[in-house]
Design a protein around this ligand. Structure first.
Ligand code: IVH
Length: 709
């Protein structure tokens, strides 16, 4: 056998085994043997790069190359589904269908709770994978989807159409979800609220190697193409299973309302045992000629509907209540529950929000309470089963002192939560502030995580963020779990953080109410730490996005001696205490405010925003009287459009907008050289407002190449 034949043979074998393992759940070789074949193929491909193929099974591990997601138009729009929580409405839907096409077959399927995907296959090979996007165009995420083991890279058999699309759902099974969140928690990263968000977030990961590790799955439920083998949904999907796709084995043909109802009531219960999330049942007309007769609206087909299950609830006993103190001193009551199964995971804790909520629901220790999972990570308590209330129970008494340091708690006006005011000595506040300081969106000290911060704190090495910059490798290397290598990494990432722009340092300080965006506005308005520190309350509220609450937070922060000392030490350590002003490419847009809306073919939205800033304009988020122009791409939101129309704000196409920029790249490059620097704005700060505020120009904005709505 020649080398190429050998490579092709190994790929065929590995694809076949992969399918048996991941799609059919019936492997017929050992993992050891599979790994041996894989290594053999890897070696051959490494020795013969001329035979590389993106669809080779060796590509399943992904790569670290950052992907730009190209926007791709769907050949057939990806519609959404009408949905209902009511069986009556579902019956009306069936009545309407039968009135139109006569008695017919329906296919009932589970509604998978993930993120939609469209896969295109050409000559039996995966050509492209595109997200739903806005239904008309989505993002090309092929490199990421290739790493999902249940997506066939090459099809089995030979009776598939030359070119077709198959659509379905990318899912994150509960097991992968739990593992991912546990890992993120250990690294001090934000948790995903539910498997759906985790699946969608993972699919948009820049590195496909990360995607490969996250354990996504893919189930397909719809075929589209010109030459499909059958004229019914059911038959085509059974065929697609033979080609190697994972098609749900839970779908059923139903010929009456009774059968549909039965399917629904069975799965409303049985879905709780499934290893992946579902949120309803989709009822579809089976035959394509019926579907054609029924047609679609602009948004959804008239031949299908989703019946959604009510959010799952569980009833369990409230054992006790803990109080957690966050970095701002805010106290959050957390319920400890008798463990109970809910939507695929075991729930032991639930949030109680604050004292008022506990009082409003009259929740007492020993009560049986209803828990529900909303969009949040931690389930919430939604009510009490009074019939199960134990005799002699007493109303819950909220704490009046900090559960950690004993300081009397305070309430701030207009805030539902209690706060511990002992900022400088209350341990969770001290640790919380340091952990906030190192976060990715703040100083991005990636060598450190929550656990390491705690380790350093417990060993007396740090008491605040400034102490990080005095750490020496030898102090770290002798700590448990840290070797020389990770000690060096930590020191290196602390050193790198000195280059983080001023706006992010301001955010990292953890001043009450100063979030990421406010920090950007403050940095660009005041330009330096000294100016922010020296500003009075009145001067602070003059800055955009700064209200009295934020201003008070800032004044209070710098009034504290300990904070001032720490900030001074950060200055000594060489952190960026001033904003690097962006070098303008031109002042073509000076004094003009823009809103970007819709999708664009030539630039990403961020690129357009950056161009606006580089040319002296300002980006605004919402359509209001302050907006001079809207740069409108495809599928601009109808509400925005109406508002723009009402306010008489001109819309610009992408091309018209570009034509407004005076310079071209050559002019800009020359300008940059003269200034002795490039045109960069602060890294990662593209949403910051432009620093210059020139007077509004007087010319008529509706003139020239613009058109009025
Ligand atoms: S069919 C034109 N079948 O639900 C109809 N969709 O709410 C195309 N979904 O965007 C969809 N399970 O992401 C269909 N068995 C299933 C589904 C399903 C989940 C999702 C899909 C769609 C959304 C609409």
């Amino acid at each position: 056998m020649g080398t190429l034949e050998h490579i092709l043979d190994l790929r065929r074998q590995l694809n076949e085994h992969n399918r048996k393992y991941y799609v059919d759940n019936a492997p017929d070789i050992s993992d050891f043997e599979f790994d041996r074949l894989m290594r053999e193929l890897q070696d051959l491909e490494a020795a013969h790069p001329e035979y590389a193929d993106p669809n080779s099974p060796t590509m399943r591990v992904g790569s670290d190359i950052t992907a730009e997601f190209r926007s791709v138009r769907h050949r057939f729009p990806m519609l959404s589904l009408g949905n209902t929580y009511s069986l009556d409405e579902l019956h009306e839907f069936i009545g309407r269908v039968e009135k139109e096409v006569g008695q017919t077959e329906f296919v009932c399927e589970l509604k998978f709770d993930g993120t939609a995907i469209s896969l295109t296959y050409e000559h039996g090979k995966l050509l492209r994978a595109v997200t739903r996007g806005d239904g008309t165009q989505g993002d090309d995420v092929t490199a990421n989807v290739r790493t999902i083991r249940s997506v066939p890279l090459e099809l089995s058999g030979s009776d598939y159409p030359d070119l077709f699309e198959i659509r379905g759902e990318i899912l994150m099974p509960y097991a992968s979800f739990d593992r991912l969140n546990a890992e993120r928690e250990a690294n001090g990263e934000a948790l995903f609220a539910n498997p759906r968000n985790a699946a969608a977030g993972t699919l948009k990961q820049q590195s496909s190697a990360v995607v490969a590790r996250r354990g996504l799955d893919c189930t397909l439920y719809q075929l589209a193409g010109d030459k499909l083998p059958y004229q019914s949904h059911w038959e085509n999907l059974q065929k697609a299973r033979e080609w190697g796709f994972r098609i749900s084995d839970k779908m059923r043909i139903c010929r009456s309302v009774g059968q549909i109802d039965e399917y629904i009531s069975y799965w409303d219960e049985a879905r709780k045992q499934l290893p992946f999330p579902t949120d309803g049942v989709v009822v579809k007309v089976n035959r394509y000629d019926d579907r054609r007769a029924l047609g679609s609206t602009a948004k959804a087909p008239r031949w299908a509907v989703a019946y959604k299950f009510k959010a799952e609830q569980a009833l369990t006993e409230l054992l006790s209540v803990d109080f957690q103190v966050g970095r701002t001193g805010a106290v959050t009551p957390v319920a400890n529950l008798a463990p109970v199964q809910l939507a695929g995971t075991t729930v032991k804790r639930a949030t109680l929000h604050n004292a008022e909520q506990i009082a409003a629901l009259d929740i007492r220790i020993g009560d049986w309470v209803y828990v529900e999972k909303g969009g949040e990570i931690i389930p919430k308590i939604t009510g009490v089963e009074l019939s199960k209330r134990p005799a002699g129970s007493r109303p819950f008494e909220y704490i009046s002192e900090c559960p950690v340091c004993g300081t009397p708690l305070v309430r701030y006006e207009g805030e539902a939560k209690h706060y511990c005011p002992n900022q400088n000595r209350c341990e969770p506040q001290i640790l919380g502030r340091i952990v906030h300081f190192i976060r990715r969106k703040a100083m991005d000290i990636d060598g450190l995580g929550e656990e390491t911060v705690e380790l350093l704190y417990r060993n007396g090495l740090i008491r605040n963020a400034a102490d990080l910059y005095d750490l020496r490798p030898d102090q770290l290397a002798c700590l448990p779990r840290l070797g020389e290598k990770s000690a060096d990494n930590i020191i290196e990432s602390i050193r790198r953080s000195k280059e983080v722009p001023f706006a992010r340092l301001l955010f990292a300080l953890g001043i009450r109410f100063v979030g990421e965006t406010t920090a950007k506005y403050l940095a660009s308005h005041f330009g330096s730490m000294d100016a922010v520190m020296g500003a009075s309350r009145e001067e602070l509220v003059e800055a955009e996005e700064v209200g009295p609450k934020v201003a008070d937070g800032i004044v209070e922060y710098f009034a504290d001696e300990a904070n001032r000392t720490m900030v001074e030490r950060l200055r000594q350590a060489g952190l960026k205490f001033a904003a690097e002003t962006a070098v303008l490419r031109s002042d073509a847009l000076a004094g003009k405010s823009f809103v970007i809306s819709g999708k664009f073919s030539g630039h990403s939205r961020d690129e357009l925003k950056e161009l606006i800033e580089q040319h002296g304009g300002r980006n605004l988020a919402a359509v209001s009287g302050n907006v001079d122009y809207i740069v409108a791409g495809e599928n601009m939101g109808p509400a925005k459009l109406r508002k723009a129309e009402k306010l008489g704000i001109p819309l610009l196409s992408e091309e018209e907008f570009i034509a407004m920029l005076k310079d071209d790249e050559t002019e800009a490059a020359a300008a940059g050289r003269e200034e002795g620097s490039s045109f960069q704005t602060e890294a990662g700060d593209s949403a910051a407002p432009a620093p210059s505020k020139t007077k509004k120009e007087k010319e008529d904005p509706t003139q020239g190449s613009l058109f009025q709505v």
